[in-house]
Design a protein around this ligand. Structure first.
Ligand SMILES: [Zn+2]
Length: 262
């Protein structure tokens, strides 16, 4: 199994729209460092049988897949229905054309209800032929209930994301926990023994209602002791080189296009 980090930024990406010259607001990060240019959070899991599992379909999806050289997706898993994780759903129609079938897609019942409301046209029956709109083959998943996909066993983990819930995903020694502010005992137990962990860390301080900060992440790392912890969903105060120079051993900032072989 291999993992590609498609996007490691927050919901607005980096740079955000704006800035004195209109070419982007970089916040407190160095615009000259290419690894500070971050698209919305998403990963691809490359299964052992060669098939690709996309986690979330954010608004940067087309740019992310073409940048990372990933030309085919075989299934999608949703962590939650926030716009930065679902707003690229329309690009799935291109992935449908490559695959030739509706896209197997996995989400909780709550997320499906939300997506059906916001993207009603996607859920009209596909009658074969050209994919003028996305077509999904929907599967329900639930926290604590592992499911099989392309030879990988995937455990969805219930996460506190402030005003809503999200799913973390554990696959063998690897776990992906984006969009989380608190992990309860059940979640921490599900993450026990993880060796390679990609985790939400939006700010250096613990000052956000829906996303973890560095202090929280360090507390989790002290408990879980992964060999490698990679930060994602990083906001405008998370400068790549500053983090590399100051993070304790074993914790590092991710970047768009980063590849892991957990
Ligand atoms: Zn979110």
């Amino acid at each position: 199994m291999k993992v590609t980090l498609l996007g490691t930024g927050g919901s607005a990406g980096l740079p955000q729209i704006g800035g004195v010259d209109g070419r982007g607001d970089w916040g407190r990060v160095d615009p000259a460092e290419p690894r500070n240019r971050r698209s919305r959070p998403s990963i691809v899991i490359h299964a052992n049988d060669g098939r690709n599992i996309l986690v979330d379909t954010g608004p940067d999806l087309r740019y992310q897949l073409t940048n990372c050289g990933i030309g085919k997706i075989d299934a999608v898993i949703y962590t939650h229905a926030h716009a930065d994780h679902v707003a690229g759903l329309d690009d799935v129609r291109i992935l449908n054309r490559i695959l030739g079938t509706p896209m197997p897609a996995y989400a909780t019942a709550d997320v499906w209800a939300e997506l059906r409301r916001r993207f009603d046209y996607v859920f009209k029956p596909w009658n074969g032929g050209f994919f003028g709109r996305p077509a999904l083959e929907t599967h329900d998943i639930a926290p604590g209930l592992p499911f099989e996909l392309f030879g990988q066993t995937i455990l969805p983990i219930d996460q506190d994301h402030g005003f809503t819930r999200s799913l973390g995903l554990r696959i063998g020694d690897f776990a992906y926990c984006t969009d989380v502010v608190r992990l309860d005992e059940t979640a921490l137990a599900a993450l026990k023994g993880v060796k390679s962990w990609v985790v939400d860390c939006f700010t250096p301080a613990n000052d956000h209602p829906t996303h973890a900060g560095l202090e929280t992440v360090q507390g989790w790392v002290d408990q879980l002791r992964p060999q490698r912890t990679i930060l994602t969903h990083m906001g405008p105060a998370m400068d790549y080189k500053m983090l590399l120079a100051t993070l304790p051993p074993g914790i590092e900032p991710g970047y768009d296009g980063m590849e892991l072989a957990p």
